[in-house]
Design a protein around this ligand. Structure first.
Ligand SMILES: Cc1cc2nc3c(=O)[nH]c(=O)nc-3n(C[C@H](O)[C@H](O)[C@H](O)COP(=O)(O)OP(=O)(O)OC[C@H]3O[C@@H](n4cnc5c(N)ncnc54)[C@H](O)[C@@H]3O)c2cc1C
Length: 438
């Protein structure tokens, strides 16, 4: 029996719109399965381009990773650099994906403005390097993205420390096109926008089967079915019913998040004078962002996930206090967890499950900008303007990750290894004569 997942800070503090449960029979050009950013962005783009859409969500809008994330808008990959992408996909396909990713920040904030979605701040995003080796990697990353004309710059160690409040950093990437958003407000804004354009959105409507018919597909729920020419599977890491086809192509990664009590503005000004969100390069990533009411949102992974909520709340709050030299350990007012979908090559993928039946996933923990761009790609795929294998996101065979049951334990193993390598890298940086570590 899964452990109950407490409400997120976002769900508890955001006005939510309720949508009806699907009943009876309906027809649509496109049936979208899943009411997270991917499904909602696709529904919005398709509705904007005149397609009739039915979106079916098993629970409620933003029930999955889209409502459980930290709200960093990062038009970038978590583990892939531009050079890696080109080497993995080839020059032409690599360039297409990179150009798509590069537009992600612009698109998120443009949609937020266009559809009146509140709580979106384009403050930029920092990626500080915790070691001299990673400073080199990040500096090259900056140069590679600059070749795409992106607003990305390298900050030296002193500037990185001033802007994050953390002394060990050896420099940082600063991406002016990033920022933060309230993810639940964003998902609901996408849903409202799509519904206003005629998309029919349903909650508590779990899809139990997708069946081929003579002229398309029959998408079955417990209380009725939708006949559609196209089906988009946007169920990310979930594995129930037809979602299993997509879920098995990725490794699920459980991540814990907290929102602290509101902090004193003077304390914040000491460590984050510009209120910029940051996620560093450690294997056990240290990240934080601020909310409008001055809470810190931060996260982490547990080595032993069983019953980890309370333990992780304490661990993450202790880490914030220690890294940011806060006057006391902040109270964690909210703790929740979510599941990110990780692909073996750390890149996003499209999959074809049948004629006009496709899915998209694999944002590897950097999904707000990427899933928003999935919306455009999936709309292009459905409306036939671009053949599937020429879209900007690579089309892959929908294969189960090899040894997936064992691979599910891999994140814990990599976390232990990462904790040790982080420590070694920081020690090396502190002892190197050329280091400017304080
Ligand atoms: C803890 C955490 C922190 C993260 N932080 C960030 C961040 O700060 N910035 C960032 O860019 N990315 C972040 N990510 C990644 C990002 O949240 C995801 O990449 C993104 O939300 C994926 O969106 P999605 O729509 O593909 O999937 P989801 O949001 O998971 O949506 C899938 C939906 O499908 C529904 N569903 C499943 N099965 C069925 C079915 N059979 N019938 C109908 N519906 C079904 C589910 O209920 C769910 O609502 C984070 C992820 C996690 C888990």
């Amino acid at each position: 029996m899964p452990e109950p997942n407490p409400p997120t800070f976002w769900h508890a503090t955001t006005e939510l719109t309720a949508y009806p449960q699907f009943e009876g029979d309906a027809c649509a050009d496109v049936a979208v399965i899943g009411g997270g950013f991917t499904g909602l962005s696709a529904a919005l783009r398709l509705a904007e381009r005149g397609a009739s859409v039915v979106l079916l969500e098993a629970h409620s809008i933003a029930f999955g990773a889209s409502g459980r994330n930290a709200g960093f808008v990062v038009p970038n990959f978590s583990k892939a650099d531009p050079t890696y992408v080109a080497s993995k996909l080839g020059e032409e396909k690599g360039q297409k994906l990179l150009r798509l990713v590069a537009q992600g920040g612009d698109r998120v904030f443009e949609i937020a403005r266009q559809y009146g979605i509140e709580d979106a701040q384009r403050s930029g995003w920092l990626q500080p390097a915790h070691s001299l080796e990673m400073a080199e990697v990040v500096r090259k990353r900056v140069e590679a993205w600059q070749l795409f004309g992106r607003p990305v710059e390298w900050l030296d160690a002193e500037e990185a420390r001033k802007r994050t409040g953390i002394r060990l950093y050896q420099g940082a990437l600063f991406d002016r096109s990033g920022g933060t958003i309230n993810p639940v407000a964003y998902a609901h804004g996408l849903a409202r926008g799509a519904a206003a354009l005629g998309a029919r959105i349903y909650e508590q409507s779990s899809v139990t089967a997708v069946e081929a018919e003579a002229n398309g597909w029959r998408v079955v729920t417990p209380a009725g079915s939708v006949r559609a020419g196209h089906v988009l599977l946007c169920t990310n890491a979930f594995g129930e019913g037809p979602a299993e086809r997509l879920g098995r192509t990725t490794i699920p990664l459980q991540v814990y998040q907290i929102a602290t009590e509101p902090l004193d503005a003077a304390v914040i000004a000491r460590f984050s004078p510009r209120r910029e969100p940051m996620s560093d390069t450690r294997a056990n990533i240290f990240s934080y962002r601020l909310t409008r009411d001055n809470r810190l949102i931060s996260g982490g992974m547990a080595i032993l996930p069983l019953g980890a909520e309370r333990r992780m709340a304490r661990t993450i709050a202790d880490r914030l206090a220690c890294e940011l030299r806060l006057p006391s350990v902040p109270r964690a007012d909210y703790i929740w967890r979510g599941t990110a979908a990780v692909t073996t090559d750390f890149l996003p993928h499209l999959y074809k499950f049948g004629q006009n039946f496709i899915g998209a996933t694999g944002c590897n923990g950097r999904g707000i900008a990427m899933t928003t761009m999935f919306g455009d790609v999936l709309a292009d795929a459905v409306l036939g303007s671009i053949p599937l294998d020429q879209l900007a996101v690579p089309l892959m065979p929908a294969e189960t990750v090899p040894f997936r049951k064992i691979a599910r334990a891999a994140p814990s193993f990599f976390l232990i290894r990462g904790l040790m390598s982080d420590r070694r890298a920081i020690t090396r940086a502190a002892h190197k004569p050329s280091s400017t570590a304080a």
